[in-house]
Design a protein around this ligand. Structure first.
Ligand SMILES: [Zn+2]
Length: 270
């Protein structure tokens, strides 16, 4: 892999104490190809295999219905707990050749070793990013048209996910590189040696974010995932969002109860 570590020291802030992090249950990341899980139940987003039934489809999916730290959630500016003095998140993403797969649940871009974040000095390697249409997290009770998840894993298998929301607006040139190479088939990874996506261009100008302990938003809904979701959406054109929506359909899990959790925000005040 050609490595162009950016080491931006981006002024993200991670909320603090007690990183409660889940062991990863999925063998190949949060959204593994369906073929790798032939031994688990088929699941989807509608009808008898939809989100309301995930917990009953397979014994391994029971956390989807019994969990009390599930994702996604509504992120409300007035309810989230303000924080100050949090450790920084440093970002060092490479720009490897585009490797993209439609795994039957989402479009996913896979990363080889070498791209990572450090949360308060603790390293999580970037595994992949993927999309949901419409968004999974809500902001102040509203869904947005699209959400991107950057899935990271530490040396012990704990997951940290960065969520980036999209609103309809200007065309997004970096996103277009992916849209120009969306797979036509399902379950097969395609490498495009000449295409290199710079993930730092997907980060919003306003780096304030929400932080909470949640779960995978797909079966087996494993908990202990360290979630960071940016407050400010980035933009993509109506045609770009439509292109992804056409391929993905509706692949968003509904918001889950907070139960005893506090949602934290990386700023104080409103
Ligand atoms: Zn996701």
């Amino acid at each position: 892999m050609k490595k162009h570590a950016l080491a931006l020291g981006v002024a993200l802030w991670a909320a603090g104490s007690g990183l409660a992090l889940a062991k990863e249950h999925a063998e190949h990341g949060a959204h593994a190809p369906a073929a790798a899980h032939a031994h688990t139940a088929h699941w989807g987003y509608e009808g008898a295999t939809g989100p309301a039934h995930w917990g009953d489809l397979d014994p391994g999916f029971s956390t989807c219905k019994t969990g009390r730290n599930q994702s996604p959630v509504n992120l409300d500016d007035t309810l989230a707990v303000g924080t100050v003095g949090l450790p920084a998140v440093d970002i060092a993403y490479g720009t490897p050749a585009l490797n993209v797969i439609n795994n039957g649940h989402t479009v996913q871009v896979n990363y080889p070793a070498g791209s990572y974040i450090k949360v308060g000095g603790h390293r999580f390697d970037l595994l992949q990013f993927h999309f949901h249409t419409p968004s999974e997290h809500q902001h102040n009770g509203e869904n947005l048209p699209m959400e991107m998840h950057l899935v990271h894993k530490d040396a012990h298998g704990n997951l940290a996910v960065i969520g980036i929301l999209y609103r309809t607006g200007a065309e997004n040139p970096e996103l277009q590189k992916l849209i120009d190479h969306l797979p036509a088939d399902i379950g097969k990874a395609h490498t495009h040696e000449q295409v290199h996506i710079d993930l730092t261009k997907f980060f919003p100008h306003d780096r304030r974010f929400y932080k909470y302990s949640g779960s995978l938003t797909t079966p087996p809904c494993s908990e202990g995932v360290y979630w960071m979701v940016f407050r400010q959406p980035i933009e993509a054109s109506e045609a770009q969002i439509a292109a992804l929506q056409k391929l993905l359909g509706h692949n968003n899990r509904p918001v889950q109860p907070h139960y005893a959790r506090h949602m934290l925000k990386s700023w104080s005040g409103q």
